[in-house]
Design a protein around this ligand. Sequence first.
Ligand code: ADP
Ligand code: MG
Length: 178
Amino acid sequence: MAAIFLVGARAAGKTTVGLELARLLDCPFTDTDQHLRQSLGRSVAEVVAAEGWPGFRARESAALREVTGAPRSGCLVVATGGGMVLDPENRRFMRERGTVFYLAAPVEALARRLARDPLAAQRPSLTGLDMVEEVRQVLADRRPLYEETAHHILNATAEPAEICAAALRLLGMAPARA
Ligand code: ADP
Ligand code: MG
Protein backbone atom coordinates (compact mmCIF):
# COMPACT_ATOMS: atom_id res chain seq x y z
CA MET A 1 0.00 0.00 0.00
CA ALA A 2 1.19 3.51 -0.81
CA ALA A 3 1.50 6.40 1.62
CA ILE A 4 -1.47 8.32 3.03
CA PHE A 5 -0.90 12.08 3.34
CA LEU A 6 -3.04 14.36 5.50
CA VAL A 7 -3.11 18.04 4.54
CA GLY A 8 -5.00 20.96 6.03
CA ALA A 9 -4.75 24.05 8.18
CA ARG A 10 -3.14 24.27 11.60
CA ALA A 11 -5.40 22.52 14.15
CA ALA A 12 -7.40 20.70 11.47
CA GLY A 13 -6.47 17.48 13.29
CA LYS A 14 -3.76 16.11 10.99
CA THR A 15 -1.69 14.74 13.86
CA THR A 16 -4.67 13.47 15.86
CA VAL A 17 -6.37 11.77 12.91
CA GLY A 18 -3.07 10.58 11.43
CA LEU A 19 -2.11 8.78 14.63
CA GLU A 20 -5.51 7.09 14.85
CA LEU A 21 -5.52 6.13 11.17
CA ALA A 22 -2.04 4.64 11.49
CA ARG A 23 -3.14 2.68 14.55
CA LEU A 24 -6.20 1.31 12.75
CA LEU A 25 -4.16 0.31 9.71
CA ASP A 26 -1.21 -0.93 11.77
CA CYS A 27 1.06 1.39 9.72
CA PRO A 28 3.92 3.61 10.84
CA PHE A 29 2.99 7.26 11.44
CA THR A 30 5.18 10.28 10.79
CA ASP A 31 4.61 13.97 11.20
CA THR A 32 6.70 16.38 9.14
CA ASP A 33 6.57 19.10 11.84
CA GLN A 34 7.73 16.66 14.49
CA HIS A 35 10.41 15.24 12.18
CA LEU A 36 11.72 18.77 11.61
CA ARG A 37 11.80 19.59 15.30
CA GLN A 38 13.66 16.37 16.07
CA SER A 39 16.11 16.45 13.18
CA LEU A 40 17.00 20.14 13.66
CA GLY A 41 16.76 20.16 17.44
CA ARG A 42 14.90 23.46 17.14
CA SER A 43 11.29 24.57 17.20
CA VAL A 44 9.52 25.89 14.11
CA ALA A 45 9.63 29.36 15.71
CA GLU A 46 13.40 29.13 16.12
CA VAL A 47 13.97 28.01 12.54
CA VAL A 48 11.77 30.84 11.24
CA ALA A 49 13.55 33.38 13.45
CA ALA A 50 16.98 32.20 12.24
CA GLU A 51 16.26 31.51 8.56
CA GLY A 52 12.98 33.20 7.75
CA TRP A 53 9.93 31.47 6.25
CA PRO A 54 11.75 30.57 2.99
CA GLY A 55 14.41 28.72 5.00
CA PHE A 56 11.74 26.89 6.96
CA ARG A 57 9.81 25.99 3.79
CA ALA A 58 12.92 24.49 2.18
CA ARG A 59 13.54 22.35 5.25
CA GLU A 60 9.87 21.35 5.36
CA SER A 61 10.00 20.20 1.73
CA ALA A 62 13.12 18.13 2.46
CA ALA A 63 11.39 16.63 5.53
CA LEU A 64 8.45 15.50 3.38
CA ARG A 65 10.77 13.50 1.14
CA GLU A 66 12.78 12.12 4.06
CA VAL A 67 9.79 10.82 5.99
CA THR A 68 8.11 9.36 2.90
CA GLY A 69 11.15 7.27 1.95
CA ALA A 70 11.49 5.16 -1.17
CA PRO A 71 8.51 4.41 -3.43
CA ARG A 72 6.65 1.21 -2.63
CA SER A 73 8.27 1.02 0.81
CA GLY A 74 4.93 0.02 2.30
CA CYS A 75 2.17 1.44 4.36
CA LEU A 76 2.71 4.85 5.96
CA VAL A 77 0.60 7.70 7.30
CA VAL A 78 2.11 11.19 7.01
CA ALA A 79 0.72 14.26 8.79
CA THR A 80 2.05 17.37 7.07
CA GLY A 81 2.58 20.98 8.15
CA GLY A 82 -0.17 23.43 7.20
CA GLY A 83 2.04 25.15 4.62
CA MET A 84 3.29 22.00 2.90
CA VAL A 85 0.96 22.53 -0.08
CA LEU A 86 2.43 25.97 -0.91
CA ASP A 87 5.19 24.39 -3.01
CA PRO A 88 3.84 22.90 -6.27
CA GLU A 89 6.57 20.25 -6.16
CA ASN A 90 5.28 19.12 -2.76
CA ARG A 91 1.71 18.98 -4.09
CA ARG A 92 2.81 16.85 -7.00
CA PHE A 93 5.02 14.64 -4.83
CA MET A 94 2.18 13.80 -2.43
CA ARG A 95 -0.34 13.09 -5.20
CA GLU A 96 2.12 10.84 -7.02
CA ARG A 97 3.29 8.97 -3.98
CA GLY A 98 0.02 8.14 -2.36
CA THR A 99 -3.49 9.17 -1.41
CA VAL A 100 -3.98 12.70 -0.12
CA PHE A 101 -6.80 13.64 2.28
CA TYR A 102 -7.73 17.23 3.04
CA LEU A 103 -9.04 17.65 6.58
CA ALA A 104 -11.45 20.51 5.99
CA ALA A 105 -12.89 22.57 8.85
CA PRO A 106 -14.55 26.00 9.04
CA VAL A 107 -12.52 28.98 10.24
CA GLU A 108 -14.47 29.20 13.52
CA ALA A 109 -13.71 25.59 14.46
CA LEU A 110 -10.01 26.03 13.69
CA ALA A 111 -9.78 29.28 15.66
CA ARG A 112 -11.57 27.66 18.62
CA ARG A 113 -9.09 24.79 18.67
CA LEU A 114 -6.11 27.13 18.38
CA ALA A 115 -7.42 29.32 21.19
CA ARG A 116 -7.60 26.23 23.43
CA ASP A 117 -4.14 25.03 22.42
CA PRO A 118 -1.31 26.42 24.56
CA LEU A 119 1.25 25.36 21.95
CA ALA A 120 -0.43 27.56 19.34
CA ALA A 121 0.96 30.62 21.06
CA GLN A 122 4.47 29.33 20.41
CA ARG A 123 3.92 29.15 16.67
CA PRO A 124 5.01 32.27 14.82
CA SER A 125 2.14 34.27 13.40
CA LEU A 126 2.01 34.15 9.61
CA THR A 127 0.26 37.49 9.26
CA GLY A 128 0.45 39.44 12.54
CA LEU A 129 -3.37 39.54 12.64
CA ASP A 130 -5.56 38.32 15.50
CA MET A 131 -6.29 34.60 15.58
CA VAL A 132 -9.66 34.42 13.79
CA GLU A 133 -8.60 36.91 11.12
CA GLU A 134 -5.31 35.12 10.63
CA VAL A 135 -7.00 31.73 10.28
CA ARG A 136 -9.52 33.23 7.85
CA GLN A 137 -6.87 34.85 5.68
CA VAL A 138 -4.48 31.90 5.65
CA LEU A 139 -7.31 29.47 4.84
CA ALA A 140 -8.61 31.71 2.05
CA ASP A 141 -5.14 31.58 0.47
CA ARG A 142 -4.54 27.89 1.00
CA ARG A 143 -7.95 26.25 0.63
CA PRO A 144 -7.64 26.04 -3.18
CA LEU A 145 -4.24 24.38 -2.75
CA TYR A 146 -5.56 21.87 -0.21
CA GLU A 147 -8.46 21.07 -2.54
CA GLU A 148 -6.23 20.78 -5.57
CA THR A 149 -3.80 18.46 -3.78
CA ALA A 150 -6.37 16.17 -2.16
CA HIS A 151 -7.81 13.05 -3.71
CA HIS A 152 -10.51 13.18 -1.03
CA ILE A 153 -11.93 15.79 1.35
CA LEU A 154 -12.87 14.80 4.91
CA ASN A 155 -15.07 16.68 7.37
CA ALA A 156 -12.53 17.50 10.09
CA THR A 157 -15.21 18.55 12.60
CA ALA A 158 -16.47 14.97 12.97
CA GLU A 159 -15.09 12.75 15.73
CA PRO A 160 -11.60 11.40 14.91
CA ALA A 161 -12.97 7.82 14.82
CA GLU A 162 -15.62 8.88 12.31
CA ILE A 163 -13.07 10.71 10.16
CA CYS A 164 -10.88 7.61 10.10
CA ALA A 165 -13.85 5.40 9.20
CA ALA A 166 -14.64 7.72 6.27
CA ALA A 167 -11.00 7.64 5.13
CA LEU A 168 -10.94 3.83 5.24
CA ARG A 169 -14.15 3.64 3.22
CA LEU A 170 -12.66 5.98 0.60
CA LEU A 171 -9.49 3.88 0.50
CA GLY A 172 -11.55 0.70 0.21
CA MET A 173 -9.65 -0.69 3.17
CA ALA A 174 -10.71 -2.52 6.29
CA PRO A 175 -9.08 -1.71 9.63
CA ALA A 176 -6.30 -4.10 10.67
CA ARG A 177 -7.48 -3.68 14.26
CA ALA A 178 -10.50 -2.41 16.16
P1 ADP B 1 -2.86 19.60 13.36
O1 ADP B 1 -1.87 18.48 13.48
O2 ADP B 1 -3.64 19.58 12.10
O3 ADP B 1 -2.26 20.97 13.63
P2 ADP B 1 -3.89 18.51 15.83
O4 ADP B 1 -4.11 17.07 15.55
O5 ADP B 1 -2.68 18.88 16.62
O6 ADP B 1 -3.96 19.38 14.50
O7 ADP B 1 -5.20 19.02 16.60
C1 ADP B 1 -5.32 20.37 17.07
C2 ADP B 1 -6.25 20.40 18.27
O8 ADP B 1 -7.57 20.05 17.86
C3 ADP B 1 -5.87 19.42 19.37
O9 ADP B 1 -6.19 20.01 20.61
C4 ADP B 1 -6.77 18.22 19.11
O10 ADP B 1 -7.06 17.50 20.28
C5 ADP B 1 -8.02 18.87 18.56
N1 ADP B 1 -8.70 18.02 17.56
C6 ADP B 1 -8.13 17.39 16.53
N2 ADP B 1 -9.03 16.69 15.80
C7 ADP B 1 -10.23 16.90 16.39
C8 ADP B 1 -11.59 16.45 16.12
N3 ADP B 1 -11.86 15.67 15.06
N4 ADP B 1 -12.55 16.87 16.94
C9 ADP B 1 -12.28 17.67 18.01
N5 ADP B 1 -11.04 18.13 18.32
C10 ADP B 1 -10.03 17.75 17.53
MG1 MG C 1 0.19 18.50 13.71
